[in-house]
Structures are given as C-alpha cells and as structure tokens.
Write a protein that binds this ligand. Structure first.
Ligand code: 5GP
Length: 204
C-alpha cells in the first residue's frame, strides 16, 4: 500500500488571483479540520456554508457549519439552479454550494473559500476556471490510512471503500493549480491563507 504516489507541496503562484479558492483533497486528509481552523482563526476568509442532506452532528449549527436540508428541499435547490455545484459524497448524502451567497461575497470583494469534494471541485472548474484550485494532500499514504482508521467513525468495510476512493482522489492532484501538504493543521491553514493573498498571522 505504501507505493501510492502522494504529491508534494506546490504553492508557486501560476495564475492571477480570482477571489475564489477551492480546497479539495482525498477523504480523511483533514479538509474539514483545516476549514474549521480557518473559520475560527481567519475572519478575513469568507468560508462558504454548503447545503447538505445529512443530519447535524453534535455541536454543528444551522447556517454556520451547513444549511441542513431535507431531500425535497435539496431537490428544489437543484431544480431552481441555486447550486453552483453539488455531489453525492461517500455514496450517501448530497452536498452543494449555494450560488447566490458565493456570488454576493465575490461581488463584495471578499476572499471566498469553498471546501468541497473532488466531484464538486471539477464542476466549479467548468463554471469558474479562473478560480484557484488547491489540493490538500497527506504527508504520505501511511498517514492518510492512519487518519482514516484512527478516527474510528467508519466500519472496516467502509474504511476499505474510502481508501480505494482515496487512491483515485490522489491521482487527481495534477488537475489542481496548487498542492498544500496537511502535515500540521495550523501550518497548512496559514499556507492556504497566504496563497489566498491574506496575512497568515499565525505563522508569526
Ligand atoms: P462532512 O459530512 O464530513 O462534513 O463532509 C463530507 C464531505 O463533503 C467532505 O469531503 C466535504 O469536502 C464535502 N463537502 C462539503 N460541502 C460540500 C459541497 O458544498 N459540495 C461538495 N461537492 N462537497 C462538499
């Protein structure tokens, strides 16, 4: 399993900043942890709040972590074209980015961050190719396995399925403009904020 290729960090600017940054990466790499860290420490980042059909976990708040929707409500968002992108993640729940709130933030000149899955990132790339696409990578394959198994939230069968998915997801890294290695949450968050053109004050 250790022969899975993992991309190294690349934050060399290769295109003009658009104000919209998409953060994606394989399952269990810590996208949620990095975006929570950013929500708590970098108020200058406008973190998009997604709609989802999954139920709230303890501590999650409506409108802060997600907009929690019923299947019917999510259907209407899709039908009305209200979603910039949406996807079924891990074969279960639907997640999507609300087009109007992102557009309003962009129009306001905010630095917008979307933390979404790979399928969603590909849709945003179709709709907004000028956005900055950042791939969050694990330090190495063993560490990704350790994080997935270690959090103990999935059955052995589900872990195996997600690791197979993670291999495919890692192979998508070349589709992204930049790679940040999540070796340490505060460092990865600072690198992302720096890439977005904001001050990574936590490095100081
Ligand atoms: P969780 O249920 O753990 O909060 O998130 C599960 C997955 O859904 C994560 O991989 C996260 O990146 C993804 N996700 C969250 N919001 C969105 C969204 O708006 N669109 C897409 N495509 N994926 C999302």
């Amino acid at each position: 399993m250790s022969d899975v290729a993992v991309p190294g960090e690349n934050t060399t600017r290769s295109k003009a900043r658009s104000g919209v940054t998409v953060l994606a990466g394989p399952t269990a790499v810590g996208k949620g942890t990095v975006s929570t860290f950013i929500r708590d420490n970098y108020p200058d980042v406008w973190l998009s709040v997604s709609a989802t059909t999954r139920t709230a976990r303890p501590g999650e708040e409506e409108g802060v972590h997600y907009f929690f929707k019923s299947a019917d409500e999510f259907d209407s968002l899709v039908e009305q074209g209200d979603l910039l992108e949406w996807a079924v993640v891990h074969g279960v729940n639907r997640y999507g980015t609300l087009r109007s709130t992102v557009q309003a933030a962009v129009d306001d000149g905010k630095s917008v961050l979307l933390e979404i899955d790979l399928q969603g990132a590909r849709q945003v790339k179709e709709a907004m190719p000028e956005a900055d696409f950042v791939f969050l990578a694990p330090p190495n394959w063993e560490e990704l396995v350790r994080r997935l198994v270690g959090r103990g939230t999935e059955s052995a069968e589900e872990q195996h399925r997600r690791l197979e998915t993670a291999k495919l997801e890692l192979a998508a890294a070349p589709e992204f403009d930049y790679v940040i290695v999540n070796d340490d949450v505060s460092r990865a968050a600072a690198a992302l904020v720096d890439l977005m053109g904001l001050t990574p004050h936590h490095l100081a």
